[in-house]
Design a protein around this ligand. Structure first.
Ligand SMILES: [Zn+2]
Length: 109
């Protein structure tokens, strides 16, 4: 409420350079067999990205939790981010039943 959103656009994040994240990321890629969980695309650590199902900002304690991480290809990840910023779930991001991508996070339950 009336809070300035300065710094929100900044994409460079210490989190993604931390050893803990690199470790979690490679664990998730292996767990998901280097396959995008949405479209089935099979890639490698460069073509695939690890996505937070629940936003890190609202659920920082789940940042490295395997159940909150999933493997996505670049196009699914981009689509997920787009639907998050435009989708109906955007305003309701504090609700835990909506993932950061705006989709209901069924597999989270
Ligand atoms: Zn995909």
């Amino acid at each position: 409420m009336g809070k300035p959103i300065s710094g929100l656009k900044k994409r460079v994040d210490w989190f993604y350079t931390s050893p803990a994240w690199r470790e979690a990321r490679s664990f998730i890629l292996q767990r998901d067999h280097y396959t995008c969980v949405l479209c089935g695309f099979i890639g490698n650590s460069e073509s695939l990205q690890v996505d937070h199902i629940l936003a890190r900002k609202s659920n920082p304690e789940l940042s490295l939790h395997p159940l909150n991480l999933r493997t996505l290809c670049r196009s699914c990840h981009a689509r997920a981010e787009t639907s998050f910023s435009r989708g109906p779930g955007y305003k309701a991001k504090k609700r835990t039943n909506v993932g950061p991508d705006g989709f209901p996070s069924d597999d989270w339950r």
